[in-house]
Ligand binder design. Structure first.
Ligand code: ATP
Length: 363
């Protein structure tokens, strides 16, 4: 399988402070996740025309009605992973996997038109900068109605009615008027809702949201996160939510995959990972994430820097920044190993360490 990907915009942290819900796992009343809509096994992504491995050994499943979060610092491989899932091209990047399956459709070996058909229907995506994905010279209504006509077989009047319904369902006030607006006439939050309406218009099995709320101010960010949570509940779609901000991901996901330097270092139910992280990097992310802090400002950073692709140490990639690193952590690569029910961690000292809120003061 070969897929290509492009680099996202740089992160922009919201400076405004606002109320946010307290995080900690699935929202009560949400349906129990169902059949797998996305299965990824052994995903590997190289950059620089195959010269550098930037993502390795990534495996996860997203089920219908389930929200899975990919979290990690900038450059950890989240976007390369989700672009591989979306089959989106960028020069010099390619992906291979043992399994890449979208609800029974094998994505390995899919050609360009095949990917395009899926992206307009069973695979939806929203990104950080909604304005750049819309045509500035067409009204947003036409940009939603045209795929509804092309893929959904609706006539002009039906497509307009359906587009207005979709705009209404994503919380756009006065959807009739919004239909005739051009992108430059709408705010960032409204544009993101338009893109979400376009993404769900094809009734996808999976919605990939890559830093979709990062550029929005905190109030609008919370509204868009609520919208995504509502859509997946109402429509039973699988949600793959990508963010460098653990507080954002923790609010709306059932499962978390924590990325560090191109590898998954921890995988588990969000509520459990947040309450008792098993990897020192997850603990460090939690320490700076400000979960439950209703007056959050710019995100603090973890001291030190992750290695660039191709420059990671042979042993644990986090070891140079890890306060618990011991000799055993260096030398040989560390495997991602199961740890209790539904969890996995890539840490040689995982059994010895007590991390997170339960961490002893003297550790
Ligand atoms: N087209 C590309 N060519 C070369 N290197 C790339 C390319 N795209 C990504 N990379 C590199 O691969 C690594 C992983 O990038 P990726 O965009 O997946 O990170 P990320 O976790 O999504 O970060 P961010 O939060 O900034 O979006 C980074 O070091 C990045 O510089």
């Amino acid at each position: 399988m070969s897929a290509t990907t492009s680099t996202p915009d740089l992160d922009t942290r919201p400076a405004a402070a606002a109320e946010r819900p307290v995080p900690g796992g699935p929202v009560s009343g949400q349906p129990v996740p169902g059949r797998p809509v996305l299965e990824v096994e052994g995903l590997r992504v190289t950059v620089g025309r195959g010269r550098t491995e930037a993502v390795r050994e990534v495996s996860f499943t997203v089920r219908a009605g389930e929200a899975v979060g990919l979290v990690g610092e900038s450059g950890s491989g989240k976007t390369l992973t989700c672009r591989a899932v979306l089959g989106l091209p960028a020069a010099g990047v390619s992906a291979t996997a043992d399994t890449l399956d979208l609800g029974g459709t094998d994505l390995l070996g899919l050609d360009g038109p095949g990917w395009q058909r899926l992206r307009g229907s069973r695979l939806g995506a929203v990104f950080q900068d909604p304005g750049s994905y819309l045509n500035p010279s067409l009204t947003v209504g036409r940009q939603l109605a045209e795929p509804l006509r092309a893929h959904g077989g609706l006539n002009r009047t039906e497509a307009r009615r359906r587009a207005v319904e979709l705009f209404d369902s994503v919380g756009l006030r006065d959807p009739e008027a919004v239909y005739d607006r051009y992108p430059h006439e709408l705010s960032g939050g409204m544009l993101q809702r338009v893109l979400i309406a376009i993404a769900v218009g094809g009734d996808p099995d999976l919605l990939v949201a890559d830093e979709a709320t990062t550029a929005l101010d905190t109030v609008v960010q919370a509204e868009v996160l609520d919208l995504l949570a509502r859509l997946r509940t109402e429509r039973g779609l699988g949600l793959l939510l990508v963010s460098h901000d653990l507080a954002v991901v923790a609010e709306v996901t059932d499962r978390l995959l924590v990325f560090y330097a191109g590898e998954v270092v921890e995988d588990g139910p969000t509520a459990e990972v947040v309450a008792s992280p098993a990897h020192p990097y997850t603990e460090a992310l939690l320490a700076v994430a400000g979960l439950g802090d209703h007056r959050r400002g710019p995100l603090p950073v973890i001291p030190g820097h992750p290695p660039a692709p191709g420059e990671a140490p042979t042993g644990c990639r986090f070891a140079p920044r890890c306060e618990y690193a011991a000799e055993a952590c260096t030398g040989a690569p560390v495997a991602l190993l199961p740890r209790g029910e539904g969890r996995a961690v890539r840490c040689r000292r995982a059994d010895e360490l007590t991390l997170g809120p339960e961490r002893p003061a003297t550790t």
